[in-house]
Ligand binder design. Sequence first.
Ligand code: DLL
Length: 436
Amino acid sequence: MKSLIWDEEHECASREQIEKWQLEGLKRTVNRMWLRVAPYRAKMEAAGIVPEKIKVLSDLQYLPFMVKDDLRQAYPFGLFAEPQENVVRLHASSGTTGKPIVVGYTQNDLNMWTDLVARMVTQASVGKGDTAQVAFGYGLFTGGFGLHYGLERVGATVIPISGGNTEKQLMLMQDFGTTALIATPSYALYLGEQAEQMGFDLSKSKLRVGLFGGEPWTDEMRGQIEKKLHILATDNYGLSEVLGCGIAGECPLALGHHIAEDHFIVETINSSTGEILEPGNEGELVFTSLDKECCPVIRFRTKDISVIDQSPCACGRTTARMKKVTGRVDDMLIIRGVNVFPSQVEAVLLTIPGIGSQYQLHVYRRNYLDELEVHVELSDSSLLDRYSELEDLARLIENKLYTVLSVHCKIRLVEPLSIERTPGKAKRVVDHRKEK
Ligand code: DLL
């Protein structure tokens, strides 16, 4: 498997060099925010910090955090550091309720974004000669357009099919000879299931690699995708508020996602106290942009949980790597005082034979107590008629989940393919506690 380096100067620089770029970029960004973004300047003033105080990289710690709510309150353009005539593109976060978070890009921002996506797809081994099917939604979501331009930049043939229309996806995949699939992992798995149902033999197709991102997924799910689609499945990470896709992605060694540290400073913090953690400790990822023009961010709290590793990778890159995101701080369910992440449930479920690949957690409050009900698809519907086997399977799942979670869950086994699939991000948790 080839793993080329797109930009050796920046991807393989010494730590000393990276930190030099970071300090210069940090000073630039702090000045820009101070002069052009009044709500952030007010935060700095409240914290008693002025741009001149930023002298060394560790002075970052004195700068106030930015959170999603700051961006929401500034809807739509309140945190833009550029006048409208310099803004050439708008995207928005994928939140389902209320007003979205809007992000703008200048032409320089778009050029940088395209470079970073080109870097990310190159490290996942995609380049000239590949045919890349972009099954992310094109629109306000950054996935479609972000991947699109980066793939064109490396010279791949891009199929901008967007999300959904699964039959057509499979048809074009065969007829156009797609070699790289770009999608959310949950949609990739659905494509695999549908291919099986429709009698498409993906082992005979040209598909060889997947670039998946946009939602958390476990290594167990990676295994299932690789088996069903007969490909190498790589993960990449990003978020609209910081840039979109292209912030970090895996090389084929899959030893963590290489972070574009020449454009972003990454920190991990204790989510409850805000305390900065040393690399190697699990915490909430926090990003600072170094050269974004329209929507710079300083210490943006992502709520995503991961671990940073600053040691160089065997592939030759020296930028810090982040472990696969295990979940979001706000995805964490607290069931009778115990913390439960959907990813823990996924990791258990996908090792049990006889069940399908989709699941959903339903949380109820009954008699003032939280209850977790896990809906799990069977892989074979004939089991639904064999009650004792069904009961045995449910008990097995419950016991295995209890071992990992220390919480008793109710297991509901449902028909194959009956849990809703979406072309975008999967809905893993349905919280009924807020319902009347
Ligand atoms: O999902 C950007 C993106 C598009 C990344 C395509 C990768 C590929 P948002 O819609 O703003 O942006 O959602 C960002 O999605 O804070 C994470 O919680 C989650 N997320 C994104 N990628 C991953 C990943 C895009 N690889 C939010 N693993 C982030 C885990 C991810 N979670």
